[in-house]
Design a binder for this molecule. Structure first.
Ligand code: ATP
Ligand code: MG
Length: 297
C-alpha cells in the first residue's frame, strides 16, 4: 500500500511554482531599498531559487546596479505598464526580461517610467495595472522582488497592490520611525481596499552603525518599538562601504565581497524567507531558455 502510494507520488507532473511576490518599500529616500532588492534577490538566487527583480523606480537604480545601461533600453517597465493599460499586449512583461550576471532575471526601468504615473492616474483601476502585468509570471519564478521609488505615488501603490508581502528597509532613527506611521497607514488602506491578504514580511534595519553606544541603543529601541506591530528581521545590515562599491561594477555584494558581514546578513534574510517555502521544483522551460540567451546584461 505504502509502495503503491509512493509510486503514485513519483509519477506526478511537476506543479507550478508557488510564486511569492515581495515589494521593497519605504517612501523615505536612500534607505537601502534598491540595495536590498538586488542583494536579497541575488542571495535567493545563490540558494537556487528562480528570481525576478522588477525595477519600478524611474531612477532606474536597480537596473544600473545590476549592470545594465538603463538609458539605452528599447522597451522597459514603462512600456509594459502602458501597454497593459491600453490592453494592446504590445509589450508583455516577458518581452523585456533580461538575464543578469547574478542569475537574477531583471525587468528594467529608466526615467521614461516617470511618464507612467500620469497614465496610471487616468486609467480605470490604475492601481491594479502591475498586478495584471505580473499575472503571466505566476508559477514561473519562486520569488518576484519589486524595487519601489521613494514616494507613495501610484507606482508604489501598484507594487503594494500586486505583492503578497512587503519588506521595509529602515534606517534606525527618530525621523525614520515617524515615516513608518504613514507607510503602515498606506499598507492598511491597500489591504482594506484591494489586496486583502497583504502582509508585512518584515522590517529590515539597514546601514546600521554600531560603533557608538548611542547608535546601538537607537537600533535596539527601534527594534523594540516596531516588534509590537510588525516582524523585524533578526539580521541587520551594517553600514559597509563595499555595498556602495559593488553596484559600480554591476555586481551584488555576494560576489563582490562574498565573505563580508553584509553579504552574510542578506543571505540570512534570504534563508528566513525561504524557511516557509514549499518544495522547490525544476525551472520551467521559459526560465531555462532565458538563461541561455546571449543578450545577458
Ligand atoms: N548598508 C549600507 N552601507 C553603506 N552604504 C549603503 C548601504 N546600503 C545602501 N548603501 C548605499 O546608500 C545609497 C542609497 O542606497 P539605495 O539606493 O539602496 O537606497 P534607496 O532607498 O533605494 O534610495 P532611493 O530612495 O533613492 O531609491 C547607495 O549609494 C547605496 O550604495
Ligand atoms: Mg532605490
Amino acid at each position: 500500500m505504502a509502495k503503491a502510494q509512493r509510486r503514485k507520488t513519483a509519477s506526478k507532473e511537476p506543479e507550478a511554482k508557488r510564486t511569492r511576490i515581495f515589494c521593497v518599500v519605504n517612501q523615505k529616500g536612500g534607505v537601502g531599498k534598491t540595495t536590498t532588492t538586488f542583494n536579497l534577490a541575488a542571495a535567493l538566487r545563490e540558494m537556487g531559487r528562480d528570481v525576478l527583480a522588477i525595477d519600478l523606480d524611474p531612477q532606474g537604480s536597480l537596473s544600473t546596479s545590476m549592470g545594465l545601461d538603463a538609458d539605452s533600453l528599447q522597451h522597459s517597465m514603462f512600456h509594459v505598464l502602458t501597454s497593459t493599460i491600453r490592453e494592446d499586449d504590445a509589450v508583455p512583461l516577458r518581452d523585456i526580461l533580461l538575464m543578469t550576471e547574478s542569475g537574477v532575471v531583471l525587468a528594467a526601468a529608466n526615467i521614461e517610467l516617470a511618464g507612467a504615473e500620469l497614465e496610471l492616474a487616468r486609467a480605470t483601476m490604475g492601481e491594479l495595472v502591475l498586478r495584471e502585468a505580473l499575472q503571466p509570471m505566476s508559477g514561473l519564478f519562486d520569488y518576484i522582488l519589486i524595487d519601489c521609488p521613494p514616494n507613495l505615488g501610484l507606482l508604489t501603490i501598484n507594487a503594494l497592490s500586486a505583492c503578497h508581502e512587503v519588506i521595509i528597509p529602515l534606517q534606525a532613527d527618530y525621523l525614520a520611525m515617524k515615516g513608518m506611521d504613514l507607510l503602515m497607514q498606506t499598507i492598511s488602506m491597500i489591504k482594506r481596499k484591494v489586496n486583502y491578504n497583504l502582509i508585512v514580511g518584515g522590517v529590515l534595519i539597514t546601514m546600521a552603525d554600531l560603533r557608538t553606544l548611542h547608535n546601538r541603543e537607537v537600533i535596539e529601541s527601534t527594534k523594540q518599538a516596531l516588534s509590537n506591530q510588525v516582524h523585524v528581521f533578526e539580521p541587520i545590515i551594517h553600514f559597509n562601504v563595499r555595498l556602495k562599491e559593488a553596484p559600480v561594477v554591476g555586481e551584488s555584494i555576494l560576489t563582490y565581497a562574498k565573505t563580508s558581514n553584509v553579504a552574510d546578513a542578506y543571505r540570512a534574510v534570504a534563508r528566513e524567507l525561504i524557511q516557509s517555502e514549499g518544495l522547490r521544483l525544476a525551472p520551467p522551460p521559459e526560465v531555462a531558455a532565458l538563461r541561455k540567451k546571449d543578450d545577458v546584461a
